[in-house]
Design a protein around this ligand. Structure first.
Ligand SMILES: *Cc1c(COP(=O)(O)O)cnc(C)c1O
Length: 387
């Protein structure tokens, strides 16, 4: 049973190649099956829409080697959050100039490592961070990350990162005084921002800071528009090339002549993967209970962290789709009562579903394996298999 509205024209059609592979094979643990052809297609669509903007894939969305390799072959750049991600990209052949160090909270020794490796572009949103960069990567280019507010995103990234608009110019002044080169601004509109029109208010806010900084004597040249490019989770999203072109047009209108950089994560990899998992138990708490509980062998601590607050709503497919369906509370397998995936908005699944049945989680290539690195409660972290 699916929650699909009409798919955007370029969305993956179902069953995808990953899903067909899942249908033809057995798995003894939850497994993310990745189709890197879809990653390559998605890169090309986003690049077509973004024109001459530089794409830096946000590695954290899915750090699988085959994904990075494929994107490297397509000509992508990379945004890394740590020494580990930088080493991954370098080890697969990325040149240091293709890597930005975009985390605003960096370990000093990681900055030094990046600098020694030849990485030249760093993010900052605070004075101490600029001091660390000036000490360990003297002369580096920095962009200042702004705090923006976009309640429309499904997975907002506000609050934790970025400085207030009125602090940005002060940070640029400080960067210059420390011998760094403040080249521009960055922001993140919020992950899974479903429509390009939802960028407008944020872009207006960032443009105001940009023009104020230029008026204050900072010769800014780089606008880093971050991620936010959506994936199809059942609600209509615009096709990637169209969405990207609309975002680009809005950016170009507000930042004339600027070099544009984008950091898609989810939009690049989500639709390239499907998870094979299975039903462990179907039960009712008492005879008159309205709701079934369906327990899967994958949960919040083994790949589905983005179900926190039911923010990201995955689509599920089962071999019994077509049988009469009813609502259920969907839960993960671990002995932690927080490991409930969907309860506020129950999920419709076939009434015939039972323990042992295969369940496919569609478009699950982003922020699943990367959030699943520890085998909490003895349930192994998500296995990844590349087609
Ligand atoms: C996570 C992250 C991204 C990717 O965001 P998506 O919404 O997945 O595209 C981009 N830039 C930065 C700095 C990030 O932390």
């Amino acid at each position: 049973m699916l929650f699909s509205g009409p798919a955007a024209s370029e969305a993956v059609s179902f069953p995808s190649r990953a899903e067909r592979f899942i249908a033809a094979n057995r798995f003894d643990q939850p497994t993310l099956v990745l189709d890197t052809d879809v990653v390559a297609e998605r890169f090309r669509a986003l690049q077509a829409g973004l024109g001459d903007a530089a794409i830096h894939y946000a590695v954290k969305a899915n750090p699988e080697r085959a994904v990075v390799e494929r994107l490297l072959a397509e000509g992508s750049n990379f945004d890394a959050a740590s020494r580990g991600e930088i080493e991954l990209c370098l080890s697969l052949g990325a040149r240091p100039a293709q890597i930005s160090f975009g985390n605003t909270v960096k370990r000093a020794s990681d900055i030094a490592f990046a600098h020694a490796a030849g990485v030249r572009l760093f993010a900052a949103d605070a004075e101490e961070e600029l001091e660390k960069i000036a000490e360990h990567a003297p002369g580096a280019e920095v962009y200042i990350r702004l705090l923006v507010d976009n309640p429309a995103a499904d997975w907002p990234l506000s609050r934790k990162f970025g400085c207030a608009p009125d602090a940005a110019i002060r940070l640029m002044d400080m960067a210059r005084a420390l011998g760094l080169v403040p080249v521009g601004l960055s922001f993140h509109v919020g992950s899974q921002t479903r429509k390009a029109a939802m960028w407008t208010g944020v872009l207006d806010d960032v443009a105001a800071v940009w023009h104020a900084a230029r008026a204050a004597g900072h010769d800014l040249s780089l606008i880093n528009i971050g991620g936010g490019f959506p994936a199809f989770y059942g609600e209509v999203v615009e096709a990637p090339a169209i969405y990207a072109a609309q975002v680009r047009a809005q950016v170009a209108a507000r930042f004339p002549g600027a070099r544009i950089m984008a950091e898609p994560g989810r939009g690049m990899v989500a639709e390239a993967g499907a998870i094979a998992c299975e039903v462990m138990l179907v039960s009712k708490k008492h005879d008159t209970d309205m709701h079934r509980w369906v327990y899967l062998d994958i949960g919040k601590f083994s790949g589905l962290a983005e179900t926190i607050d039911e923010a990201i709503r995955y689509q599920f497919a089962t071999p019994r789709d077509g049988d009469p369906a009813g609502p259920c509370v969907l839960a993960g397998p671990s002995c932690d009562s927080a490991d409930v995936l969907y309860e506020q908005r129950p999920v419709l699944l076939p009434l015939t579903l039972k323990a042992g049945d295969r369940v496919v989680i569609r478009n699950a290539g982003a922020y699943t394996s990367s959030y699943s690195s520890v085998g909490f409660n003895g349930f192994p972290p998500l296995e990844v298999l590349v087609l």
